[in-house]
Design a protein around this ligand. Sequence first.
Ligand SMILES: [Zn+2]
Ligand SMILES: [Zn+2]
Length: 318
Amino acid sequence: MDFLENAVYKSGVFSLTVLGSGSGGNCALVETANTRVLIDAGFSARQICQRLESAGIRPDSLSAILLTHEHGDHTAGLEVFCRKHTVPIFCTRLTAEQLRRANIGENARWQLFEAGSTFRIQDLEIESFYVPHDAVDPVAFVLRDRDGAAVGFLTDLGHATKAARERIRKVNVLVVETNHDEKLLQLDVKRPWSVKQRILSRHGHLSNRAAAQLVADIAGDALRTVILGHLSRECNNPDLALEAMHQLGLDQLELICAAQDAVSARLQIRPAYAPKPLELPQVDDQISPINYHNGHEQYTESLFDIAWDWGQTPTRKA
Ligand SMILES: [Zn+2]
Ligand SMILES: [Zn+2]
């Protein structure tokens, strides 16, 4: 799909479908009426296609794949998927280099951004931000539609930095890692001590307890739904992950545990306030789209040129 294929903005539903999440693979779909992006591609290409099709989506209709980092549970299907479908891959330069060294994506359409930058894919604004994890350049994302509704993806992090907390404070839906129950991890006999230390480290993975504390810290007027994701098969289960949230009194939120082997329902992402009526941008606004859209954010130059679409053809002053 070309970035400019949809010349006119179609108002529609902003939604999230988790195609699967867990230590065995992660992949989610975010859709607006105009745009469809995958967050990570951690299943085989065949599985990704089957799961997309079960959600009624043709793989060729994707606008982009966004990668959080290079680990296999986020990139396993990338090579084969991108050989069959010409979908651009958005990731940081270091992540792309790491994948290319593993001969992944030789002929793929790489679109590189810097961790911390904000960029646009059609009618989606995407904020990237650094997270502490044992990968070369791991990032998390907040995706925002033109009405200001936002979904955050915060998986694969050893701890939540102050900057990460600030980024996700205003999201309406949060996908957060609840990787392990600390007791089950300590009791696990399959993992050597060094692996347990890596998981528990500040560059490892969030426990149920740490994730619940994070959600309790950032929950405010905006947050409505929390998707618990990236559960370890051996060291966690949905009951324990949900229980940690309940223990901190987070029952007023909609809490959903993502499954490794099942596609979730399509979840609508709504803003916390009534959207303002559409104001069409001026020509100058189109030159600095992020500043127009979100005045308090500082636009960070990204390393590539992405077309963006506010529903009208840009006109130039003579
Ligand atoms: Zn992972
Ligand atoms: Zn990882």
